[in-house]
Ligand binder design. Sequence first.
Ligand code: EPU
Length: 290
Amino acid sequence: MVLSGGNNILFTEDYDGLLLTPVSQGIAVLHDDGVSVSVRVDAGVEWDDLVAWAVERGLWGVENLSAIPGKAGAAPVQNIGAYGREAGDVIERVEMYCVESGATLTLDRAHCAFGYRESVFKHDLKGRIVITAIEIRLSRTPQPHLGYGDVEREVEARGGAALRNIRDAICAIRQAKLPDPAVTGNAGSFFKNPVVDATVAEKLRADYPDMPAYPVPETCKVKLAAGWLIDRAGMKGFRAGRVGVHDRQALVLVNLGGATGREVLDLARAVQSKVYERFGIAIDTEVNIL
Ligand code: EPU
């Protein structure tokens, strides 16, 4: 099994096999027409090193994805996303090694089936390929995306929509809400935000007028905030022995020290039950559970 940064995975038992991890570190400009720049990034590059690299060179496209732990090769798998942007917005191609045939393949974005925390790599290609590199397209033309939450205010406080300010603002917002996995064991958002029919959201809204809800473009669906649901179900900051629900972002489960994967999983199930009892909404886990 290939384990990238291991940032989005929960082991519930020992793994009886060989784990491989990509170590390749290259970032290479493939094409630069003065406006858009294609960049090939090896799977082993830390994602945030790539973001820093792009921001230093005045290249737009990944700045909203600052400070996400993990390696570049894992980015397309769950289509990492934050603050209104997703890796799939910039990924043009994914290079991979086919486990069955031994061939090296390249998949264009059109075939990656990117969606909200979704891609073909989590489904049809799961276990069948190893991602070796990604190719992304960045731009020299400023294209700030500041519409999400506090981003605009934090960017303005730093002097306006320059790349550096956006990166700094996003890093600060994340630092304030999300625990650092190097200090407190966690896998980021443990749950996905549930996407429900608009009618379901409307009914809930009648009872909870302050409930965040984001219409999914071109559908009759609405994305709800699992963090808000967990929070309102009274679970934010909840602790059970050595595991807990993070006290500043209820989507994140934390290992308070020495907990087993099983204990984390039990807490996750308890959170799911509480949310279901309170709102009738089922929330799915986002991390890979092994
Ligand atoms: N909220 C609460 N209580 C909480 C958490 C959130 O009331 O404990 C409310 C917030 O006030 C806000 C709404 O819920 O109105 C959404 O919260 P937030 O903006 O923090 O984002 P999120 O939907 O909870 C998602 C991603 C994060 C990403 C942020 C910012 C998922 C599963 N999670 O969280 O991704 O950083 O948006 O874009 O989509 C990750 O995947 O590991 C991750 C951290």
